[in-house]
Ligand binder design. Structure first.
Ligand SMILES: C[S@@+](CC[C@H](N)C(=O)[O-])C[C@H]1O[C@@H](n2cnc3c(N)ncnc32)[C@H](O)[C@@H]1O
Length: 336
């Protein structure tokens, strides 16, 4: 069986590994939290430096075998929890030099046809990353038309959601939609042909259903907040994200809760800070994969890396973040 997960590790191309390691500076040692273990490439990259320790989480039980191999090799320097990252505080009380999120699904999950993340899958619709309460089959076949439209429009930013949903409802009234490839065909004939677009016509709808099944927006918001609680002052919060909704949330959080020194007038005494300053000066800079990485791994092309540095201030609940995206998280609450 060993070959199976060694193979799984090989199948996964880590995205922006070099950039993440440069930001972490593991050559100095330190304690790290990898919230999205996956094939374990980030964790391994850090643990290859002496005097480093990593706690890793993943909601997908299929990576437990990879984590067991890591445990044998790195012993007490490595700990794995099969858990969602919204539950960080339930699994660790430690304080970290960096907390890392590499969001979305791994190539291991995408390439496993049984999980049905791929448009070509002929297995029953599922799309759960693990530890979710529903699956894509139920969302597609049993959601109210209005809810399905909102899911596809908001989570997928899909302009043609109405037509897609009309055709889904038309089909499922006769016979349930069983597989990802059936769903992809319905989406394809629902959408206007846009020859300029390079992406598959089903990309946005599949993204939307996956986000909803896994409550990815609530996960991200709770993950960000809980990660902030376990960072040391000066510790780094690092996120690699893949779609604009995720990036919007991360950007808002970092900008809204940072001390922006550039806004201070240098001729006046330093203004008393109002508001909550969880992070030091945030430059609003995005790192993207190099051309070379994109050519080796085209799936990395939409990746964006953002990093913020934890301030010395005590943690305070960032209510504005929850308020700003409440409409979206309320939609995900329908699952509870
Ligand atoms: C893009 S992959 C990470 C790959 C990893 N950085 C590597 O290089 O091997 C994302 C992983 O995060 C996991 N994941 C996604 N959302 C999660 C959540 N809310 N809690 C815990 N794990 C999550 C997925 O199951 C998947 O294995």
């Amino acid at each position: 069986m060993r070959t199976t997960h060694t193979l799984m590790e090989k199948k996964h191309f880590p995205v922006m590994l070099e950039e993440v390691l440069n930001i972490c500076s593991p050559h100095r040692g330190g304690n790290y939290l990898d919230c999205t273990f996956g094939g374990g490439s980030y964790t391994k990259g850090i643990l290859n430096f002496p005097d480093t320790n990593v706690i890793a989480l993943d909601r997908d039980k299929s990576v437990i075998e990879i984590a067991k191999d890591f445990k044998k090799k790195f012993k007490s320097r490595f700990e794995f929890f099969h858990s969602k990252f919204s539950d960080i505080n339930k699994v660790t009380k430690g304080k970290f030099d960096a907390v890392i999120f590499d969001l979305g699904i791994s190539s291991i999950q995408l390439d496993d046809m049984k999980r049905s993340f791929s448009f070509k899958s002929t297995y029953k619709l599922d799309m759960s990353m693990g530890l979710s309460k529903i699956n894509a089959y139920d969302v597609i076949n049993f959601s109210k038309s209005e809810d399905l439209k909102k899911i596809i429009k908001i989570f997928g930013e899909e302009k043609e959601a109405s037509k897609i949903v009309k055709n889904i409802i038309g089909k499922r009234d006769n016979k349930k939609i069983e597989t990802a490839d059936e769903l992809a065909k319905i989406i394809e004939y629902s959408k206007k042909k846009n020859f300029k677009k390079k992406i598959n016509p089903s990309t946005q709808t599949f993204q939307a259903i996956r986000i909803f099944v896994n409550k990815e927006i609530s996960e991200l918001i709770n993950g960000l907040i809980n990660a902030t609680k376990v960072l040391k002052p000066g510790g780094k919060l690092i996120l690699v994200s893949f779609h604009s909704l995720e990036d919007k949330i991360i950007k808002f959080y970092f900008k809204h809760y940072s001390i922006n020194k550039s806004k201070q007038n240098k001729y006046l005494p330093i203004q008393k800070e109002k508001g909550i300053y969880l992070f030091d000066f945030y430059r609003n800079k995005i790192l993207k994969p190099s051309e070379n990485e994109i050519s080796l791994n085209p799936r990395s092309r939409s990746a964006k890396l953002r990093v913020a540095v934890r301030s010395e201030k005590n943690f305070e609940e960032p209510f504005d973040l929850r308020k700003k995206f409440k409409m979206i998280t309320d939609m995900e609450k329908k699952i509870d």
